[in-house]
Design a protein around this ligand. Sequence first.
Ligand SMILES: *Cc1c(COP(=O)(O)O)cnc(C)c1O
Length: 362
Amino acid sequence: MTSVFRPAIDRMAGYAPGEQPQEGGWVKLNTNENPYPPSPRVVDAIRRAAEGRLNVYPDPSATGFRKVAAKLFNVDPDWILPANGSDENLTIITRSFCDAGQSIAYPYPSYVLYESLAQIQGSQVLRLRLNSQWQWDAAEAAELRKKIRIFFVPNPNSPTGTLWSAEQLAQLLPEQGVLILDEAYGDFCQKPHRGELLRNDLFDGRMIVTRTFSKSYSLAGIRFGFAVAHPDLISGMLKVKDSYNCDTVAIAAATAALEDQDWMLQNRARILATRERLAAALPAFGFLVHPSEANFLWTTHATGQHKEIYEQLKARKILVRFMRFPDALPDGGTLDGLRITIGTDAEIDRVLEVMGDVTNGL
Ligand SMILES: *Cc1c(COP(=O)(O)O)cnc(C)c1O
């Protein structure tokens, strides 16, 4: 039978998310979730929302949430666009700013979902290659920014946790288009910004920050994220979003989570301490650990046997992310390695307990 799909959909492979085993018993360190539970105030808010008026539609503009988020970023509420997870905002952005045939760019290796979103839109993808220090070439960036409508950049980056400076990021602002600062891990970096970047003249009012509740706020199971940008950009994006893109329960949960900053900051502090402990322990097993400002570590092993290590850990019910990035090396070769999410201290102890066995067998 001939395909009934748009050619763009036939051509693409589709994004492959990390494994999500539905049974218990796993040490799950593969998708950068927070190992700690959300604030008890979030659970209360969800209960109250569930006991409230679920028979009516939610507030289409999540007015209460926008007020709270605006305060945190020192902007007015019309700078905030809530969404059903940060990924939905990335979809809204792609549909808002990049036509079929036009181009997006992103640093590579990083979050390859951007590539899938562009493919669905029928847009072209240009990669800005990162070198072995996870930095880009400024001259290459200067050429790229002439050709694109959207530049997506995760800051800190995944899979390494590299944080780029405002001056570096300014090299990526498209000549005609928007720069997306994907701050999924923004709360974990040394000094999270509170909207200063958006007001920085370097970005000409054409930067959009995206935030998620899936990582620092321990709410990956509740789909919620938000974008922060100048109201001229937000008002156009509002035309593209679904009318009721965020549900009543999720809006209540996210608002309560944002209001309990102390809870998030306590968990953040624990995660950063555990990250330093893991980073210090891995070299003894032959791993090279890249410096990280996020809730995960990127590591490569002297033997290069990353798939084997991943499988050996999996056999012991420990899931880490084995990642391969074709064409990432200067000679066109594939870069691979392991990204390990920072779990609880007990989970990281378990990893270290088995790592001797796992690496001795290589
Ligand atoms: C986890 C992640 C997201 C997705 O966030 P959701 O709110 O769960 O959709 C977006 N960007 C990056 C870089 C991420 O790692």
